[in-house]
Design a protein around this ligand. Structure first.
Ligand code: SAH
Length: 476
């Protein structure tokens, strides 16, 4: 099974940087169902093609897997003689997530702009087992903006009179960020295929939403995609519930935009060092805790909880009886688990605390029913185009009694030594707002969703530039 990706972006060999695979090398990777190889049949400044070759071992697939007695009796050779090694299937998605993981999640330390650049791309899959044929291929890929070329494969080239097979060759062309192309393939290839090679739990919904971030909610076939990707009605309902359609906000996604959920936060970098002098972090936590205590809050939902600094402080105070942290990143949640000693806490402490993986840009039933939500230094990590979605999810659907939001005050940046003029405090920040802009946003949100809002400074207040952090407290 081959996935071929070609670009004519100049210099085309930049494709190697994006894929984190050197065009001059043939590389192989062990996967639990076989091996994957990456190589470049052409790599010139004008045109570069990367091939992902999946060498699926059908015998390895059978090992450790039984199937039911009757299945085995009816199709004794099926485990050994099947189409899996030759067609695009959910194995391809797993291979993309493992072999092209940085490219899929849009990560590149050395080439961050390239990740965000739309490139002329062409992707080719030789044999796609498309349930629903050419029509479904077009219905899935054309709304995303691809030029789709489909050719049915004959059942046997030597005997054309036998007619067509259920397989198609598929070429997708268009101008996309590479990570978008990979996310589309990650989700849609298993949708086309009847089988899914692994059995899965609720986190499959999260995977679908994570890789569908920024395009799935608006896809005209989102119901079909969720149904076929998840294969189980309960999971499908869950996913559809969480895919909120967001009305057009009139805001365009900034050029440097990144679908939230794919980027991992970069903690421990410049921003923390910059703010260290004023130990702003601690002042921020103290300010948030003060608001929560003044309002006699007992249950807190910490959205974008990161490594759990706030949760740790709240956990130490027994007046907080129910604490939930949510973050989009598995990696930081793993760190939070360690920081909070979640696994070794006595059971009554454990029962006070829950960590959830989820994105603030998807509707999520798990967020309902809390007295208060905190969103500490998170909104500036959301694309402006996703902010409207976040507003509805928090203020319309989750609807806690109190919402505390903090975000940097950009006016204060001039006072940070070592921060070049015009630079934001952190490479992952999509924006930083002035006091006026933040107050305008918060005032508008409060008015639209029936909250009152007041503003509090956090950190030393400069007479000209205000405080380093600004905080809004919404109440209904
Ligand atoms: N509140 C924490 C972490 C702030 S860093 C603190 O004050 O220490 C921003 C956090 O927001 C990161 O952990 C990042 O993973 C998370 N985040 C970014 N986009 C998100 C989204 N769409 N949904 C949920 N969390 C998100």
């Amino acid at each position: 099974m081959l996935l071929t990706i070609t670009t004519t972006y100049q210099p085309a060999t930049d494709l190697g940087h994006l894929l984190h695979k050197n065009p001059a090398r043939f590389q192989s990777f062990d996967l639990n169902f076989g091996r994957a190889h990456v190589f470049y049949p052409e790599a010139s400044p004008e045109k570069c093609t990367a091939v992902l070759l999946l060498d699926i071992d059908p015998v390895a697939l059978v090992r450790g897997k039984s199937g039911s007695e009757s299945e085995r009796a009816n199709r004794p050779l099926q485990p050994y003689v099947n189409d899996r090694p030759y067609v695009a299937s959910s194995f391809l998605s797993v291979a993309l997530a493992q072999v092209y993981s940085s490219a899929l999640s849009g990560k590149s330390k050395s080439y961050p702009e390239l990740v965000e650049t739309k490139l002329p791309l062409s992707a080719h899959l030789g044999a796609v087992p498309a349930r629903g044929g050419e029509t479904i291929l077009r219905r899935l890929f054309e709304p995303l903006g691809y030029t789709v070329t489909v050719e049915p494969a004959p059942l046997d080239v030597k005997f054309p009179e036998w007619g067509q097979s259920a397989y198609y060759s598929l070429t997708l062309e268009g101008t996309f960020r590479l990570k978008d192309l990979l996310s589309h393939l990650y989700v849609l290839v298993p949708v086309l295929d009847e089988e899914k090679h692994y059995w899965f739990g609720d986190d499959e919904v999260d995977k679908l939403l994570r890789h569908g971030e920024g395009w799935l909610a608006a896809h005209p076939e989102k119901n079909l995609i969720a149904r076929r990707y998840l294969k189980r009605p309960r999971l499908t309902r869950d996913a559809l519930d969480r895919l909120v359609e967001v009305e057009d906000t009139g805001l365009t996604e900034p050029e440097t935009g990144d679908p939230i959920g794919l980027s991992e936060p970069k903690t421990g970098s410049g921003e923390e060092a910059l703010e260290e002098k004023v130990s702003l972090n601690e002042q921020r936590l103290a300010a948030v805790v003060t608001v929560l205590k003044q309002n006699a809050v007992k249950q807190v939902l910490d959205l974008g909880c990161g490594e759990g600094k706030l949760l740790k402080t709240l956990l130490a105070d027994s007046s907080f009886t129910r604490l939930t942290g949510m973050d989009v990143s598995y990696r930081v949640l793993e760190k939070a688990k360690v920081r909070l000693h979640l696994d070794s806490l006595p059971s009554f402490q454990q029962s006070r605390l829950t960590l959830l993986q989820g994105s603030l840009t998807y509707r999520d039933k798990r967020l309902a029913g809390y007295e208060a939500a905190t969103v500490i230094e998170v909104i500036e990590h959301l694309d402006l185009a996703r902010l409207a979605s976040f507003e509805r999810i928090l203020f319309e659907f989750a609807r806690p009694g109190i919402v505390v939001v903090t975000t940097p005050n950009v006016e204060y940046n001039v006072l940070f030594e070592g921060l070049p003029a015009g630079k934001l405090r952190h490479p992952d920040h999509r924006f930083e707002w002035s006091r006026a802009r933040f107050q305008e946003w918060a005032g508008d949100v409060a008015a639209r969703f029936g909250y009152r809002v007041e503003f509090l400074p956090v950190g030393p207040v400069d007479p000209n530039y205000g405080p380093p952090t600004q905080m809004a407290v919404f109440k209904r």
